[in-house]
Design a protein around this ligand. Sequence first.
Ligand code: F6P
Length: 319
Amino acid sequence: MRKIGVLTSGGDAPGMNAALRAVVRKAIYHGLAVVGFRRGYHGLVYGEYQEMQLGSVADIIHRGGTMLLTARSPEFMERSGREQALQVIEKSGVDGLIVIGGDGSLRGAEALERLGVRTVIVPGTIDNDIACSDYSIGFDTAVYNVTDAVNKVRDTATSHERVYVIEVMGRTSGHIALAAGLAGGAESILVPEVPFDLAEVCDRLQRGVKRGKLHSIILVAEGAGAALNVGEEIKKRTKMETRVTILGHLQRGGTPTAFDRILASRLGAAAVDLLRSGSHGKMVGFRSSDIHVTSFAEVLAEKKEFPQELYRLATILAI
Ligand code: F6P
């Protein structure tokens, strides 16, 4: 192996830059050349790439987003797009590719691997919905961002004695809602993985008021339903003053936490080592505080486990 390629794909996640830095510097340390493809798989299809030097990744470890840019490439989903990508890969001279991204990126990486491109994936998504890894890059920062927002909303919620329904991201998963709900002391956490009954949510709110609670926070994962509808329903059923806040993309931005930077540095470096050792078609994940390598097939076959125990704990503590 003489030259490797790297790209970031799908929704950006804080820490992707730290992962790029690790890939580039670890590869150069071992005498490999590195090429960075821009805008994810789009860069593979259209031949948008740049040679990466040590200095290309200077001063980015603390920055959110991704310096290589990212995209969701419809062209790459087509067979013709992937064939075009193969030609670009050949022309660029890379012998192996590291893809940093989430679920869609994993599927793209698997397609490339089947076409004969040696590919390794590093899980990078705030959703934390990738199986076979306890964490994906960006999740910790998103949870931090949401918890910070919940703290702020709590100030105004208490002052006005209101119910606040806060919608958070996560696509079809409730990992962000659960972690931030537990950290932020939410009264109820609505996630797609656990069936819920709005009547019970309202009862809980009313029991709280009877005990003297001045405010309540309800976290809704976007995959569990629209916060606007939840808020309307709560207002109708309880007659309590209710407001809805949709956090949106602010939860995906900002400086990555130290945890995400360290995770990204370790996973990026491990991805280079994996390719160097001749192994590919695998994801470099993180389990029980250590690097955990799993084949694409296994990751795709497994559904990310939802921490039901943690959910029960959050419910008990918000009694
Ligand atoms: O996958 C990351 C994510 O932020 C999801 O939580 C969310 O559903 C989606 O991306 C939003 O996508 P976009 O940035 O394209 O609107």
